[in-house]
Design a protein around this ligand. Structure first.
Ligand SMILES: Nc1ncnc2c1ncn2[C@@H]1O[C@H](COP(=O)(O)OP(=O)(O)O)[C@@H](O)[C@H]1O
Ligand SMILES: [Mg+2]
Length: 255
């Protein structure tokens, strides 16, 4: 039931990797999972080995919704070999923000489109783009929770604060049910002083909101993505598989 946006405006944070592998872990735990690729780069769709330009995708349905309120996301759903359903993206998504401009209710297009799908799934994960534009705003308005992945390699606090200001505004003015599910450290190496320091700082600033589970740096995760697979199908014994399994368990407890 809950809709979870995986978001932060910085590219390379692990959003797409988390959407795919957390989704796959939830599916393996028996949950019905839908992934929505809301990033014009369509990394998620490609990383699951989906075809390049599916006839129906998030863009085609948003466009129909904009033009004649006739979008139908159900048509765009494809089932992957990972056992998850996916609404794929297409590169045309890059122009949809312009096409929405001036339209009444443009922030709520995705909420409308997702409505008929919500009862069919235990978890819906939305992979957000790298910018806080209309697509991310649409994702946040359609969501119950936000999950923020953050690599421990750089000092991410500034980006998180600016993201949280947008989050607060959206929660206050547009979607009061939106909650911060938490922050999860990605590409984490406990031997790196910086990584540990960043985690500690986040734990102080966002008390109780940093996931106990960290996603360690694991090249198998990158290789799985290149192979168009989730980590469990690619290498179930990899650290990445264990970490995303643990994250799924922790998430199930919190939701
Ligand atoms: N834990 C990890 N260990 C190693 N590589 C990772 C890990 N998480 C993500 N990556 C790699 O880092 C790159 C960026 O991750 P990605 O999930 O695409 O970030 P985003 O969606 O936030 O831009 C990808 O090449 C991905 O395979
Ligand atoms: Mg991405």
């Amino acid at each position: 039931m809950p809709v979870i946006s995986i978001a932060i405006q910085k590219g390379g944070s692990g959003k797409t990797t988390t959407a795919i592998n957390l989704g796959a872990a939830l599916a393996r735990a028996g949950k019905r999972v839908l992934l929505v690729d809301a990033d014009p780069q369509a990394n998620l769709s490609q990383s699951l080995g989906l075809e390049d330009e599916p006839v129906f995708n998030l863009y085609t349905e948003l466009k129909k919704e904009i033009q004649e309120s006739s979008g139908d996301l159900v048509k765009a759903v494809v089932t992957t070999r990972s056992g998850m359903d996916v609404v794929p993206a297409s590169i045309d998504l890059a122009v949809v923000e312009l096409e929405m401009a001036g339209m009444i209710g443009r922030e709520q297009l995705l909420s409308w489109l997702l409505k008929p799908l919500i009862p069919a799934y235990d978890y819906i994960l939305i992979d957000c783009p790298h910018a806080i534009g209309m697509l991310t705003v649409n994702a946040l308005l359609a969501s119950d929770y936000v999950l923020i992945p953050l690599p421990g390699e750089f000092l991410p606090l500034k980006g998180v604060y600016s993201f949280m200001r947008q989050f607060d505004m959206i929660q206050k003015k547009l979607n009061p049910k939106l909650q911060l599910l938490g922050l999860v450290m990605t590409r984490f190496d406990e031997r790196k002083v910086m990584n540990v320091g960043v985690k500690k700082q986040l734990e102080e600033k966002f008390e109780g909101k940093v996931f106990r589970t960290v996603i360690r740096t694991n090249m198998q995760l990158a290789k799985a993505q290149e192979a168009g697979m989730d980590i469990f199908s690619f290498d179930g014994s990899a650290n990445g598989a264990k970490d995303y399994r643990d994250l799924a368990e922790e998430l199930i407890q919190k939701t």
